[in-house]
Ligand binder design. Structure first.
Ligand SMILES: Nc1ncnc2c1ncn2[C@@H]1O[C@H](COP(=O)(O)OP(=O)(O)OP(=O)(O)O)[C@@H](O)[C@H]1O
Ligand SMILES: [Mg+2]
Length: 460
């Protein structure tokens, strides 16, 4: 569970998302309340169910971005899923319960990763031991590999095999020591050796109607694991062996148990595009009803038990955050029961020129930084003047207002157009150049846009 305070969560979000303070605060409080609840005694804890949130706001203002960022902040199983992915139970497609199964998978990966951290060193040591055995077989494994040995009874000591003399043994030990040293110092990394790797056949075959269980999962207990000999470098072999050794050291039953518990208690599901399932029927699809999907979601959000291949999983304490633009459908178009399951409604604001200016440069991954880095790779060092950025922000706002408001996504289209020439001409052959993009450059290159003569180009 994350120990970040609401303020810390907000300041992490601030690194990527401009404005939307209310949404950030609301989400931060809900997340912190998970932690607060986890501190209570069981009786009290049972009583407190999360207050689900619905984020409403026009397109391109940061709803999905908030979800993306919190998923990286939280030390809790997190799943982001588009409501439009689901079809009503009984129809071909993903049923809503699959989100719980996916959340459990995410929890298992998370817990397994943590366990992996604790066994990593031992696994590395074991893997190295095995590598040494492969490079300098010890007496026993050499006889097992002896085909004659196999013929006479599975690598048993054979009378005729000459015993190792003390001198031979001494030599072998010295070679082992040297090999260990060479391995440690990375001198053998490129050496090619043959190792046996497990191949799990058919693990990706999905059986329809089996709730996402794959053929491989079902058969893995029945079929013997197949192995295959592969030639790989020592570096690669080490990775494979470390993986194998780690798997041996991790108690998967414990991982599953813990994962289910943490998914139940701390799991967060972000239901994006929820507005797309409002209203009665799906516009284009066949007879899949949106309302049906909403009805299916209802018990999950309310609290029910979903069967997964790891066992039953309770959804009562999971936190659901829904988001949608709701520019066609309204929140009131959702079935009332579902609306009721999201008691906290938070609206995101429309972004304007001031925000755009900040979005261009302030976020850690700001698009101007991205473009600068991309072009620098070809020896073109671009620099934006403040005036240029102001102009871009202004044009973005104007185009949004006069055509379709696509929020911050507009900045991407505009920047692409602005830098098109440079992107096309940079080739990395000519000596590095500096290009300053000032207001005049913007005006010149976005002339058409500013005069709204070519607005079509911007309509996505
Ligand atoms: N407030 C913001 N601060 C910084 N970047 C933003 C902000 N809002 C949107 N962006 C950027 O704009 C793009 C689209 O944002 P996002 O995916 O969050 O839109 P959305 O609100 O989920 O819209 P939709 O309803 O269409 O799904 C992303 O690249 C995001 O980084
Ligand atoms: Mg979105």
């Amino acid at each position: 569970m994350s120990f970040l305070t609401p303020k810390e969560i907000v300041s992490e979000l601030d690194k990527y998302i401009i404005g939307q303070d209310k949404a950030k605060r609301t989400v931060a409080v809900a997340l912190r309340n998970r932690y607060r609840r986890s501190k209570l005694d069981e009786e009290m804890r049972e009583e407190i169910t999360p207050k689900n949130i619905i984020m409403i706001g026009p397109t391109g203002v940061g709803k999905t971005e908030i979800a993306r960022r919190i998923s990286r902040l939280m030390d809790a199983p997190f799943l982001k899923v588009e409501a439009t992915k689901f079809t009503e139970v009984g129809y071909v497609g993903r049923d809503v319960e699959s989100m719980i199964r996916d959340l459990v998978e995410a929890a298992i990966r998370m817990v397994k990763q943590k366990r992996y951290e604790t066994v990593k060193e031992r696994a590395a040591q074991n893997a190295e031991d095995r590598l040494v055995d492969m490079l300098v077989p010890n007496k026993k494994s050499r006889q097992q590999q002896n085909p004659l040995g196999a013929l006479f009874g599975m690598g048993q000591q054979i009378e005729s095999a000459p015993a190792e003399t003390d001198e031979e043994k001494q030599k072998r030990m010295t070679r082992r020591e040297e090999t260990i040293k060479n391995l440690k110092e990375g001198r053998l990394e490129h050496l090619v050796i043959e190792i046996e790797v497990e191949v799990n056949a058919g693990s990706s075959i999905e059986i329809p109607g089996m709730g996402g269980e794959s053929m491989g999962d079902l058969l893995s207990g029945i079929l013997p694991t197949k192995t295959k000999k592969r030639k790989v470098s020592v570096a690669e072999a080490r990775k494979i062996l470390e993986q194998e050794e780690a798997e041996k050291l991790i108690d998967m039953d414990e991982v599953t148990q813990t994962a289910i518990e943490t998914a139940e208690q701390n799991g967060i599901i972000f239901l994006d595009e929820i507005d797309k399932i409002a209203g009665k029927t799906m516009g284009s699809g066949p007879d899949i009803s949106r309302e049906g999907v909403q009805r299916d979601i209802l018990p999950i959000v309310e609290g029910s038990t979903v069967m997964t291949k790891y066992g039953p999983v309770k959804t009562d304490y999971m936190l659901f955050i829904a988001a949608g633009a709701f520019h066609v459908a309204k929140v009131s178009d959702l079935i009332p029961e579902l609306q009721g399951r999201f008691p906290i409604k938070v609206e995101l604001e429309t972004l304007g020129r001031k925000e755009f200016e900040l979005i261009l440069t302030q976020p850690k991954n700001a698009i101007t930084k991205q473009y600068e880095a991309l072009l620098a790779a070809d020896g073109v060092n671009i620099r934006f003047t403040e005036g240029a950025l102001k102009k871009v922000a202004e044009i973005a706002q104007i185009v949004n207002e006069s055509t379709e408001n696509i929020g911050a996504r507009r900045l991407q289209t505009i920047m692409e157009n602005l830098l098109e020439d440079i992107f096309f001409n940079a080739n990395g052959i000519e000596p590095p150049v500096e290009v300053t993009i000032d207001e005049a450059y913007v005006t010149e290159h976005l002339k058409k846009e500013e005069q709204y003569q070519n607005l079509q180009k911007f309509i996505l």
